[in-house]
Write a protein that binds this ligand. Structure first.
Ligand SMILES: Cc1cc2nc3c(=O)[nH]c(=O)nc-3n(C[C@H](O)[C@H](O)[C@H](O)COP(=O)(O)OP(=O)(O)OC[C@H]3O[C@@H](n4cnc5c(N)ncnc54)[C@H](O)[C@@H]3O)c2cc1C
Length: 447
């Protein structure tokens, strides 16, 4: 009888675990099932590019079925688990609720935005974590311009031309830099908006932006953003969010209808329903081999990526940071450890020291560290793009990135707002046809 290996989550950790298992486990001895809420792996480091319209949103994902030929891909939502019976509960896309029995379970369910109890944030803030977030933000910029262009009152117009990002880690900085770069090009098509000018503000509670990189690179990134007219407010927090403004802890109220929250992540809430021990941050507690500590059996559970507290060999006493770099390597190693466990051998501990960081700043600039060497400006940007090209699975997908990037370099970024692209129009409601701005944004955008 074949072993049942189930992977919950098909992001960086789950995908690379499945790929490695396909290579290591003979088909007749094990059956690998991967459950994911979408039929693709989202390549998050390229999300800012999708928001900033240098990349087609479809080109920042990897279709799971195209890359995983021997894995049974189940599209659905993991709803819970019962480790004492070794079953994972799944609400499948067809509406059926099923239980998947496992001998080995790899939990790789990732993270969600970590919000704080700031008044108005839940109602008026948006995240930058999903493909729809990225597409919606890009559309939001254009919709704001379209509305602002039609307004007579400059004060009212200013609300639509104000954009506030809270959280200046690499995701927030890259997202803001790419989106602002896109907006700078797009606003040329809106004479009134261009004459009035936009306001972009980056807010962070820390003393400097991009705490992940050394101070010299952080200073370069801040200098670069400020040079483009972006206001960087460090040691500042968001005090209150409204539909038309954001109030900061220094007392200033910024007129803005777009508030983007990129201030950190927390483990996917579903891991709390798996019946496994969690740490105080809500991550699954694992040992250095990524095996869940204190699970009852009879199956064997493992946890990796953003939802797991994998001990960090580079920083004793701490868990690994939530990065794709770590999730990918944990995915590959957990696959080896699953194979070892099935063969009755013990697993290897996870040891990894971050080899580098790359963060694009738009305008062909970036900051990067590779093997201890610090890069900035154009060389860093070339390193960042080469790195993503090499990491993107599949030749076809790499070519798509290359084409998108080069088209955007030569012809600029596309400034159309495809509205509700992806949803159908009910027959008899042609006034709500796909992409119609009037239908999509009859009321001012909520964010
Ligand atoms: C904008 C942005 C930029 C980033 N840039 C970088 C970068 O440059 N470098 C870097 O190293 N890291 C970067 N990261 C962090 C990186 O994306 C994460 O650390 C990494 O994705 C973690 O991998 P994971 O496998 O744990 O989770 P994910 O890759 O998030 O995968 C989790 C998967 O589980 C699925 N899932 C969740 N809940 C359920 C459920 N209930 N049922 C079924 N499926 C479910 C999700 O759909 C997803 O496919 C960035 C993140 C963001 C948001």
């Amino acid at each position: 009888m074949a072993w049942q290996v189930v992977i919950a989550g098909g992001g960086f950790g789950g995908f690379y675990a499945a790929r490695a298992l396909e290579r290591m486990l003979p088909a007749q001895s094990a059956h690998v099932t991967l459950v994911n809420s979408a039929n693709f792996l989202l390549y998050t480091p390229l999300l800012p590019g999708a928001a900033g319209a240098t990349l087609d949103p479809r080109h920042v994902v990897v279709p799971l079925r195209a890359e995983l030929r021997r894995t049974d891909v189940v599209i659905g939502s993991v709803s819970g688990a019962d480790p004492s019976r070794a079953v994972l509960g799944v609400d499948r896309i067809d509406g059926d609720r099923v239980e998947l029995a496992y001998d080995q379970l790899i939990i790789a369910l990732g993270s969600v935005s970590r919000t704080l109890p700031v008044p108005g944030l839940a109602e008026h803030g948006v995240g930058l974590k999903s493909l729809s977030d990225a597409t919606a933000l890009r559309n939001q910029v254009l919709t704001c311009f379209d509305i602002a262009e039609s307004l007579e009152d400059p004060a009212e117009r200013a609300e639509y031309l104000g954009f506030v990002f809270v959280g200046a880690g690499y995701a927030g900085v890259e997202g803001l830099a790419e989106l602002q770069d896109f907006a700078v090009q797009a606003i040329e098509l809106y004479p009134r908006c261009r004459a009035q000018g936009m306001r972009w503000v980056l807010v962070d509670a820390a003393e400097r932006i991009m705490g992940e990189v050394p101070p010299s690179l952080s200073r370069f990134a801040e200098h670069e953003l400020c040079g483009r007219g972006i206001e960087v407010r460090t040691s500042t927090t968001l005090a209150e969010a409204g539909a038309r403004s954001a109030r900061l802890s220094d007392g200033e109220t910024i007129a803005a209808r777009t508030l983007v929250w990129t201030a950190g992540v927390k483990p996917s809430p579903v891991v709390a329903r798996l019946g496994l021990p969690l740490d105080e941050g809500g991550r699954v507690v694992v040992d250095s081999t990524m095996a869940v500590i204190g699970a009852p059996g009879p199956g064997r559970e493992w946890a990796i990526g953003d939802c797991a507290a994998v001990p960090d060999s580079a920083r004793p006493g701490l868990a690994c940071p939530p990065t794709a770099q770590h999730a990918i390597r944990q995915g590959r190693l957990v696959a080896r450890n699953v194979v070892a466990s099935l063969a009755g051998r013990s697993g290897r501990p996870f040891r990894y020291r971050t080899k580098g960081v790359v963060a694009e700043l738009g305008r062909n600039k970036a900051v990067a560290i590779t093997l201890g060497i610090r890069w900035r400006g154009l060389p860093a940007w070339l390193i960042a793009r080469t790195y993503h090209l090499l990491l993107m699975p599949g030749v076809g997908r790499r070519l798509r990135l290359l084409v998108d990037w080069n088209v955007a370099l030569v012809f600029g970024r596309d400034a159309s707002s495809p509205g509700r692209l992806g949803s159908t129009t009910p027959l008899g409601h042609e006034d709500q046809r796909n992409g119609s701005l009037a239908a999509t944004h009859a009321a001012p955008p909520a964010v």
